[in-house]
Design a protein around this ligand. Sequence first.
Ligand code: G3P
Length: 218
Amino acid sequence: MKFFIDTANLDQIEEAQALGVLDGVTTNPSLMAKEGITGKENILNHYRNICEIVAGDISAEVIGTSFEEMIKEGEELAALHPQIVVKIPMIKDGVKAIKYFSDKGIKTNCTLIFSCGQALLAAKAGATYVSPFIGRLDDVSTDGLLLIDEIRRVYDNYGFETQILAASVRHTMHVVNCAKIGADVMTGPLSAIEGLLRHPLTDNGLKKFLEDARSMQV
Ligand code: G3P
């Protein structure tokens, strides 16, 4: 299972990278805006900086919603760095754009996936990744994990190579359950990744081991 961090914050990306378990980064316009990045050149530069920190796939989202706009923006983003994955929303022109990029060998991440049918369509168009938003489904009393399970079954039935990138992950149990179901990738905040290492019995056990080691005066 690949671990991506879902942020545009360079400090958090560096911290996750330092842990040694990071496989990539996902961003979206809201995450970029949160960092206070303004102006096209600064935005493009920020993506370049992320690519310098992490040696994996980095999703950069298009803002246009017409086929022509998405192609223009996507080509510009893909030319920035070989690690860039063009993130495209699940809309009609988005599906056409995914097919266009797939035919050209440019990686894509189809975002804002909330149904199995949408995931099927994205896979048919040749998306590299599909991003079901599990936390946002949970927010409206719909089990996001069930969607991951459904997509896994459909993709396995037909051998689709599109990778299931569980997005909108909010906490450690999302990560663990996605791993049990067989999501190819999860993208979440640093807190969800670091949360995996915490257990009070580990802390208590280490404390006792260190006390006993000190009593031996080694
Ligand atoms: O990158 C998209 C997705 O992960 C957003 O997560 O927490 O805003 O629902 P969230």
